[in-house]
Design a protein around this ligand. Structure first.
Ligand SMILES: Cc1cc2nc3c(=O)[nH]c(=O)nc-3n(C[C@H](O)[C@H](O)[C@H](O)COP(=O)(O)O)c2cc1C
Length: 332
């Protein structure tokens, strides 16, 4: 069986209907995104943590590395509590015993701790990447209109059918339907994340039935059997995160890559690392006194490094080249 040409392949001029999922928080790399795009898939760069200037520079660097389509990703919702009202000093004081026990200095408060979505989206649109994907919401019509005018393909992300319908009504070009198997954050935006836990096998066909836009299946997909299954469910492309995170070209640390490739690879959903619910390899790290996103991520950085992973982690091949992975995924 070969994978059919789909609306997603046509829209993005892909040889292979596979998207390398974006990784926020510094885990994306230019090398990985460019390798996947140059090999005929869609490479992505998670830019949620960058400044507007860094975002502009990243898009320039990606354009230099590939003539094919590539995707840049932002988060629509960037703060659970506004910068002005979060009491950083009190949060540091609460965690002081943990910093002392670990023998590390408390982190300095970064200002701003994250840039607002509108500011980053404006910088992104000015640089006109071929594709703009986003999570945690639906951008204003003004932003989506500006993307259409600039010829930027837009991809929204849904974890429930209702979210997919909201994105479809806003007129996005394609929709990622992300099951709860996925690694990283649970990017729910209509209902609390804990009430938005639908598996890929259930979410994808229900989403296909409910929306006009082509659907991209994500969550738990790491080999060709699962790609074939996603297409059987009506998906017109797949988005793969965890398996690409483990490849040689990703920016994951050696310890993270090792943990993904060997040993116990059961995962948990936890708010402990960043203040928002996210899936990582199981660990003992707990914080009762958790701060909201994005502050928790900064407060815990000196103490712990999350080994993000989805439920497909046991299927991940150690030390694989990203292009080899792409070709294995489509060898159905
Ligand atoms: C470490 C990590 C960071 C991620 N960051 C983002 C992000 O910033 N934006 C986004 O749209 N998706 C993000 N994702 C989701 C992936 O792009 C992809 O949709 C997901 O990993 C697919 O599920 P899988 O991990 O089961 O393959 C992240 C995933 C991981 C593992």
């Amino acid at each position: 069986m070969t994978l059919p040409r789909t609306r997603v392949s046509e829209l993005l001029q892909l040889d292979h209907p596979v998207i390398q999922g974006p990784f926020g928080g510094g885990l994306s790399s230019l090398e990985l995104a460019a390798a996947v795009s140059n090999a005929g898939g869609l490479g992505s760069f998670g830019a949620q943590h960058l400044s507007p200037e860094q975002l502009t520079e990243t898009i320039r660097a990606l354009r230099e590395r590939t003539d094919r389509a590539f995707n840049v990703n932002l988060w629509v919702s960037t703060h659970d509590v506004p910068e002005e009202t979060f009491d950083w000093d009190a949060a540091v004081a609460r965690l002081r015993p943990l910093y002392d026990a670990a023998g590390v200095a408390p982190p300095e408060r970064p200002r701003p701790s994250a840039y607002a979505f509108d500011v980053l989206a404006e910088a992104l649109i000015m640089s006109r990447p071929p594709v703009f994907s986003f999570v945690y919401g639906v951008p204003d019509a003004r932003i989506l209109d500006a993307c259409r005018e600039a010829g930027i393909v837009t991809i929204g992300t849904a974890v429930t059918v209702d979210e997919a319908v909201a994105l479809d009504e806003a007129g996005v070009d394609a929709i990622v339907a992300s099951g709860f198997e996925a690694g990283g954050h649970r990017i729910a935006f209509l209902r609390p994340p804990g009430e938005s836990l639908i598996g890929t096998l259930a979410l994808v066909p229900a989403t296909v039935d409910a929306v006009q836009a082509p659907v991209i299946a994500a969550g738990g997909i790491a080999d060709a059997r699962q790609v074939a299954a996603a297409f059987a469910l009506g998906a017109e492309a797949v988005q793969v995160g965890t398996a690409f995170l483990a490849t040689r070209q990703s920016a994951a640390s050696p310890a993270h890559r090792e943990a993904l490739s060997h040993g116990p690879r059961d995962t948990r959903l936890t708010k402990a690392f960043t203040g928002r619910l996210a899936r990582a390899l199981a660990s003992d790290f707990r914080l009762a006194d958790s701060a909201p996103f994005p502050y928790q991520a900064m407060l815990t950085r000196p103490l712990v490094s999350a080994h993000w992973a989805g439920q497909s982690a046991p299927l991940v091949q150690p030390d694989q080249d990203a292009v080899e992975l792409l070709l294995r995924l489509v060898a159905v």
